[in-house]
Each structure stands twice: as C-alpha cells, then as structure tokens.
Design a protein around this ligand. Sequence first.
Ligand code: HEC
Ligand code: HEC
Ligand code: HEC
Ligand code: HEC
Length: 399
Amino acid sequence: MSTKLWNRMVVFILTVIFALLCISRVGLAQETWGGEPLLPIPENPAEGFQLFYEKGCMECHSIGGYGGTAAQDMTKAVTEQSFYGISQMIWNHVPKMSEKYEEEHIKWPPITSEEMAILMPFLSYLNFFDKPGDPEEGERVLFREKCVNCHRVGKVGIVKVKPLDEFKRYKSPVFFVTRFWNSGKAVNKTLQTEGIDLFEFEENDLMDLIAYIKRSGFGEAGGESIYLPPPNPKSGQRLFLKKGCINCHPREGKPREAFEGVAVGPFSHIVRRMLNHTMWTDPDHPDMPLTPEEMSDLVSYIYFLSYAARPGNPEKGRHLFVEKKCADCHGADVGGGTLVPEFGPASNLKTPLDVLSGMWNTAPEKMKKEMLEAGVPWPQFEEREMADLFAYILSARIE
Ligand code: HEC
Ligand code: HEC
Ligand code: HEC
Ligand code: HEC
C-alpha cells in the first residue's frame, strides 16, 4: 500500500472514531434539567432483584408468586413507573409497613443511595411486564382492525399474506410486535390498496391479540417457548441514535420531551403507539428493521425516560413542606420547628437518591415516632408532589 493511501486511510479511520465519540458525547451525556442532573438511564434494571432479596423485602413481598405473603406481590403492587411515583408509594406505606416489621420482629434495613440507585429501577421495571390479554377481546380486535382481511389465525380470516398462527409458540410478546413492526412498510402499502384505515391500537389490544393467537391459533399448544435476556435501556438509548429515531423524535434535542406522558408502560402500551406510527405512510421513509433484542432495548429506553422523570418545582415543594407539616420539625427557614436542622449547608443530600435513602433510613425509628408523639398524621403524597418536595429539599442545600 502506498504511503499516501495509508495516510489517507489513517485520517479516515481517525475521523470516523472522532465522529463516533462526538455522537456518543452529544447523545449519551448525563441529561440535566435546569442544571440538575437527571437520574441515569439504567443498564440492567433486573439487577435490583438481588438487592430486593438481600434486604429482606421478600420476607413479606413476593415477586410473581415467589416469596413472603405478609404483603402484596410486588408485580401487582407496583403501579408506578417514575422514580418519584415509586418513592411516593414507599413513603405513603411506611406506617403500615413498619408496623409489619415490628410484628414480624424484623429489623428495618438501612438502604444507601447507591443501593437505591439499583433497587428503584428494579421496582419500576416490575411495571414493564404486561399482564396476559383476553382472547375474546383479541378476536374483536382482529375483526375491528380488519386483520382477518389479510391474515388467517386458526379458523378465522383469509390467507392473503402469512397466517399468524406461528406466534402461538413464543412466550414473550416481543417476537410478535417486532415482526409486525418490521413489516410496517409492506403492511401499510397493502392497507392502502385495500382501502383499510391505519391501525389504531388501544391499550390492551396487542396483548389481547396475542392471547387470541395463543388460544385459537393452529399449531402445537404450549410448543416451543423462547425467552429473551432482560432489556438494556442504556443500549436502547444508543439504538435510538443509531437507528435514526432521533431524527424525527428530538423535540429540541430531547427525546424525553417527545415521550413525556405518552411512554407509559407496560411494554405493549408503548409498542402499540409505535405500531400506530404514521411514518410508514410517508413514501420517502424506509423500513426500520429491528431484532427482538433491539426492540426490547429501545422500548425499555423509552420506558425508563419516564422512570428518570423530570424534577419537580422547588417553590411548590416549599409550600408542601409547610402544608404537610415537614416544617414542624425541619427547618427554621420556613418558619417551622427546629427539632432537626433544615436541609441547609451541612446537608449531604445531593441527589434525589440521597433524599430517598435519608427518608427511608429515618422514617420508622425517628420520624414516625416523633410524629406519633406530636399527633401529626403521616403525610401522603402524589407523584408530582413527591417530585416538588424532593426539588425543594435539594434546592435548600448550599454547594
Ligand atoms: C415485614 C414485612 C415487610 C417487609 C420486610 C417489606 N415490606 Fe413493603 N410493605 C409491607 C406492607 C404490610 C405493605 C402494605 C402497607 C399498606 O397497605 O399501607 C407494604 C407496602 C410496600 C410498598 C407499597 C406497595 C403498594 O401497595 O402501594 C412498597 C413499594 C414496598 N412495600 C416496598 C418494600 C421494599 C423495597 C422492601 C425491602 C426493602 C419492603 N417493602 C419490605 C410489608 C413489608
Ligand atoms: C391489508 C392487508 C393487511 C392487514 C389488514 C393486516 N396485515 Fe399484517 N401483514 C400484511 C402484509 C403485507 C405483511 C407482510 C408479509 C410479508 O412480509 O410477507 C404483514 C405482516 C404482518 C406480521 C408479521 C408476520 C411475519 O410472519 O413476520 C404480523 C405479526 C402482522 N402482519 C399482524 C397483523 C395484525 C395483528 C393485523 C390487524 C391488526 C394485521 N396484520 C393486518 C398485510 C396486512
Ligand atoms: C420519519 C420520522 C420518524 C422516525 C424515523 C421515527 N418516528 Fe416515531 N413517530 C413519528 C411521528 C410523526 C409520530 C407521531 C405519531 C404518529 O405518527 O402516529 C411518532 C410516534 C412515535 C411514538 C408514539 C408517541 C406518541 O405520541 O404516541 C413512539 C413510541 C415512537 N414514535 C417511537 C419511535 C422509535 C423507537 C423510532 C426508531 C426505531 C421512531 N419512532 C422513528 C415519526 C418518526
Ligand atoms: C415529627 C418530626 C418530623 C417530621 C414531621 C418530619 N421529619 Fe424528617 N426527620 C425527623 C427526624 C427526627 C429525622 C432524623 C434526623 C437525624 O437522623 O439526624 C428526620 C430525617 C429526615 C430526612 C433525612 C435527613 C438526612 O440527612 O438523611 C429527610 C430527607 C426528611 N426527614 C424529610 C422529611 C420530610 C419530606 C417530611 C415531611 C413529609 C419530614 N421529614 C417530616 C423528624 C421529622
């Protein structure tokens, strides 16, 4: 190879590496909101399962039927997705939960903020799993959306294109929705020639469809089942750039804003919006094929954007701090009591994880006892209120 060609190649390779570095810097830098870093998108939300076990949570709570029975199964109990939503669930239930700890003679376990960083994504992740659908409803969807005009499933429909029976054998809904998504362009072209409207899937439609295929599709019942590794939202974040989703979904460079309030789980509820996608009717837009792993990573990324929710409003939080009687004990700054110092200069609460860990560790022994004595009822919060409260506590700190 000539030196000139060699030099050119080296320059080319360096440029590519540089460009890649820039992309990852722009896309994957820690997102901030009003100068505050947001909670990071997790790499492996399943990791917290071990901690959930080690901290003794399974003495009372089960996961998918396995574990203690003194409290609800966590897969049913967790109905929130965002960090603040789950914080609120934990906080609101402290009185009853700590009573149970006393009853069962179990020691309230301390949880550090580093541990909260692992435990919280796991609790949120429990809400990512779909509940099984209803086959009767699924049959209605097959007719309503006219799937039966082109596909056969079991005894219904006509075989214009592939029958859908094959999907009977998969355990996870990911395979069905990925193959559906990958056919996007072809489906939409045939829809247009047949004069059928674009799909409009509602909340449980996809799981209902799958339930119908599983019940009534031809093929071996309970046949081959294929599992996927747990999703990696962080890798989904990279795919969002690599696959070009970002080209249409930035809204001021922030996917968060495009999906806020929309990307509410479980998995199939987010995917149904992707399958309603009008982009396929755009003749210039090519298919965007994904593997099942990529689909599950991408959707989990969109889901965890809502986990790492935007912080609240410190001004509102300050009002709540007084209204909900936190100020009775904390902080002279808001004209309250001085039993414990306000979260001021000496505070080492720097992130929402620190605040949550601080609240968890002191809730039953210190706060609950004091509140009982003072006759203050345990204050209850909603998701956004929790965010506002945390924002206030963090804003009270001085760097
Ligand atoms: C000694 C039994 C016990 C242990 C151990 C326990 N919990 Fe609970 N937990 C309860 C009870 C009882 C409730 C329901 C309280 C209520 O109804 O107000 C509850 C409720 C909850 C809720 C709210 C669920 C809902 O229905 O809204 C969350 C979240 C939670 N626990 C998380 C945890 C975590 C995380 C751990 C481990 C660090 C843990 N729990 C350990 C007894 C326990
Ligand atoms: C107007 C015709 C038409 C309608 C209506 C239609 N599809 Fe399809 N579907 C297609 C075409 C064309 C393909 C691509 C087939 C291929 O690639 O060979 C396809 C592919 C699929 C695939 C992927 C199949 C595979 O084996 O990879 C799934 C899943 C699917 N459709 C589900 C549905 C569902 C669910 C409905 C109803 C909500 C529906 N389709 C309605 C025409 C249609
Ligand atoms: C060509 C532009 C374009 C590309 C590329 C694109 N989208 Fe979209 N997407 C849209 C538009 C426009 C909407 C608004 C709703 C619609 O089209 O039905 C949307 C809606 C969505 C929604 C639902 C949001 C809502 O408000 O209901 C999700 C989720 C989504 N897209 C995910 C993705 C993912 C993941 C990718 C990459 C694999 C992607 N999109 C690529 C244009 C695009
Ligand atoms: C009845 C008195 C009382 C009330 C009311 C009260 N707290 Fe506390 N709080 C305490 C005590 C006592 C501690 C433990 C302080 C210590 O360990 O130094 C504490 C600790 C904390 C911590 C941990 C601080 C740290 O540095 O780790 C946080 C966060 C907190 N409280 C938030 C709140 C919030 C939010 C409210 C209102 C919903 C509230 N507190 C209501 C008495 C109270």
